[in-house]
Design a protein around this ligand. Structure first.
Ligand SMILES: Nc1ncnc2c1ncn2[C@@H]1O[C@H](COP(=O)(O)OP(=O)(O)OP(=O)(O)O)[C@@H](O)[C@H]1O
Length: 627
């Protein structure tokens, strides 16, 4: 299943998004813009036109240009409730020293569903191969087998609400994919295809290709007439700019990147205060574009999208433009497109694609997540959440933030590159070294603990693809797009082929009155499932046993939790079993888990994480060479 196939299912409290991997691989095969070089000079036309088109490969420009080719009481942990009826986001400022970039080791690479269908395919095979192992892991199999066919089959488990959503999801898939959802090619009919398209980063000074704009679909999934209108409207705007092409491709002056906080840059120094990019360049915004901006879906987001200046203003919490991002805390990160050379694609997520990239001024290799804007509130929320958490959460267990910028209809988030990649790519066959497993568990616990204790944040998307490893052996958490405030948050949950959601998150009504409530304990369930998956080498509710999302979610809610195979130590069993207690109030808190005998045993023992990581890296390199 793919992210592109994800549909949002609004709920009074929580929006459940169903994703399907099928289209995941395709969502990024789109690119916008017929004329990147000209785009760059006109923020408004760029902004608008970038929403207006969507087809063709997002990689084309890259490839053809520079492509090189413990301290809290466990009881505390239980007392924070999340309910999703409020979008308040807590803020706290944090500072980062400019030497963080160089002093911190550089590390490398998602949702079961999207983590590239390719990966998932091999995962499924792997799960099936060590059948005994995987089988034994499920020592208390629940309702394995045939997919439920009616809601009557989920007494007490899936609410009718969720069942309806899943049905709607399947229905949407069938509509989008005439082949029943098995297609890996974007269907033009899919309402989400446009959203998942991506633009390419134009790398100066080499002029990018200029893919045609005909036949493109509006990126917000709206009608193609609008898309065409906007695309057409862009052309005169570019002409009116009448800028020589070579000037438009001019590279920004080289300079030392300022990746640190710069409190001298006032948070209010947004595009308006400096003058819009367009006006600074002496460009006039054609009235035709203003009209489009006010009469199209843009108007819905006019408080966020400033088409005039080409900036994104998140209610003054963060302002992004082509030059960087300013946070309300006063933190300012300046990094821009012209400083970045894309090197390779690292992976796709529900909201975007992550690339390995070189930051030319500093020579630092980084990971750049490109989130293609769509005119959906969820996308804006996801971007803001990710930016907010990344820039303020400073921890050796959370990927470092280098900066972000907004250009060409996409937000680019630059972060620490974890060179060994995400755990889903490393556990093939299962990680049997308990020392390594326990160290990973510890690192994830510390990352989650930091989020909770220092920022009041619940991650909500703990899974192997969001646990990254670098060749120094460091383990770090990433992907905070669906995270939320402990007390109140925007709730956005992805239900894909593989759900890591705790039972209480799947059921509606946990808090009574139809209000879905859950706590940080939900992340602990996800941690338990993640550790189990890494140990056995496959998702603990394998698709061959749980042949539908219904069956899988039903098993999570109603079945016995899965267990480690007998080959693992009693301590490891105990750790995982505690995390996977169905009743969230019986799950331990972060502190208790950090002091669990299994964790302590390996904290006091030498475990060469670096050697393990490097070995994995070598295997990956060798595997790629074979291919
Ligand atoms: N900092 C990073 N360093 C190296 N690889 C990364 C980094 N961040 C992400 N990746 C890789 O890119 C992939 C996509 O990441 P992304 O955060 O977009 O989505 P995801 O977490 O995989 O999925 P979802 O959108 O469902 O959360 C990850 O699975 C991971 O393999």
């Amino acid at each position: 299943m793919s992210s592109s196939d994800r549909i949002s299912l609004p709920n009074a409290v929580e929006q459940l998004s169903l994703s399907s991997d099928t289209a995941a691989s395709s969502h990024h095969q789109s690119s916008l813009n017929a004329n990147n070089s000209e785009h760059n000079l006109d923020p408004q036309s760029s902004l608008i036109s970038s929403f207006s088109s969507s087809s063709s490969s997002s990689n084309s420009d890259f490839n053809d240009t520079n492509s090189l080719s413990t301290s809290s009481d466990s009881s505390d942990d239980n007392n924070n409730t999340v309910n999703g009826d409020n979008d308040t986001i807590s803020r706290s400022s944090s500072t980062r020293s400019s030497d963080q970039l160089t002093s911190r080791p550089v590390p490398p690479v998602r949702l079961g569903r999207r983590s590239s269908s390719k990966n998932r395919a091999s995962l499924a095979i792997n799960c099936n191969q060590p059948a005994e192992k995987a089988g034994s892991a499920l020592s208390s199999p629940t309702s394995v087998g045939s997919p439920p066919s009616s809601s009557m089959q989920y007494p007490g488990g899936l609410s009718s609400d969720i069942q309806e959503k899943v049905k709607a999801f399947h229905a949407a898939r069938s509509r989008s994919y005439p082949d029943g959802g098995n297609s890996t090619t974007s269907s033009p009919a899919s309402p989400m295809v446009g959203n998942r398209s991506s633009i390419s980063i134009p790398i100066a000074p080499i002029p990018p290709k200029t893919p045609p704009i005909s036949g493109q679909k509006g990126t917000n999934g709206t009608d193609s007439t609008l898309a065409r209108s906007l695309a057409a409207a862009r052309i005169p705007a570019q002409r009116s700019a009448s800028m020589p092409k070579q000037n438009k491709m001019r590279r920004a002056p080289p300079g030392k990147i300022d990746l640190s906080n710069n409190s001298t840059t006032p948070s209010s120094s947004n595009a308006d205060s400096k003058g819009s990019m367009a006006s600074r360049r002496g460009l006039k915004i054609p009235p035709s574009l203003r009209q489009f901006a006010s009469e199209t879906p843009f108007s819905t987001f006019s408080d966020i999208l400033d088409a005039k200046s080409g900036s994104l203003n998140f209610k003054n919490k963060a302002i992004l433009n082509a030059d960087g991002v300013n946070f309300s805390s006063g933190s300012s990160f300046r990094i821009n497109m012209s400083e970045i050379i894309k090197l390779a694609e690292l992976g796709k997520g529900n909201y975007g694609v992550v690339y390995k990239a070189l930051h030319r001024p500093s020579g630092v290799t980084m990971a750049v997540k490109e989130i293609r804007l769509s005119l959906e509130e969820a996308t804006f929320n996801q971007i803001l959440m990710e930016l907010d958490i990344l820039h303020k959460a400073t921890s050796p267990y959370i990927v470092d933030f280098y900066g972000a910028f907004f250009v060409e209809g996409s937000v680019f988030i630059c972060m620490e590159y974890m060179d060994v990649g995400s755990m889903d790519k490393l556990y093939i066959g299962g990680i049997t070294d308990e020392g390594v497993l326990a160290r990973i568990a510890y690192a994830v616990l510390q990352g989650l603990k930091t989020l909770k204790e220092e920022h009041n944040i619940i991650h909500r998307d703990v899974k192997p693809t969001n646990v990254l490893v670098n060749s120094s052996g460091q383990i770090k958490l990433c992907d905070f797009g669906v995270s939320g405030n402990l007390v109140a948050s925007i709730s956005k949950t992805n239900i894909g082929c593989q759900s890591y959601m705790a039972p209480e998150r799947i059921r509606v009504g946990g808090g009574g009155n139809g209000v879905l409530t859950y706590t940080v304990q939900a992340d602990i369930w996800s941690l338990g499932l993640t550790i189990l998956e890494m140990a056995i080498g496959c998702y603990p509710y394998p698709p061959d046993s749980y042949t539908s999302i219904f069956a899988q979610l039903s098993a999570i809610c109603d079945g016995e939790p899965p267990k480690l195979p007998n080959s693992f130590s009693p301590e490891a069993h105990d750790f995982v079993n505690r995390c996977l207690r169905k009743n969230p109030s019986l799950r331990p808190g972060y502190q208790e888990l950090s002091n669990h005998p299994w964790i302590l045993k390996y904290q006091n023992m030498e475990v060469d994480m670096s050697a393990w990581a490097k070995t994995n890296l070598e295997h990956q390199v060798a595997g790629e060479a074979e291919r």
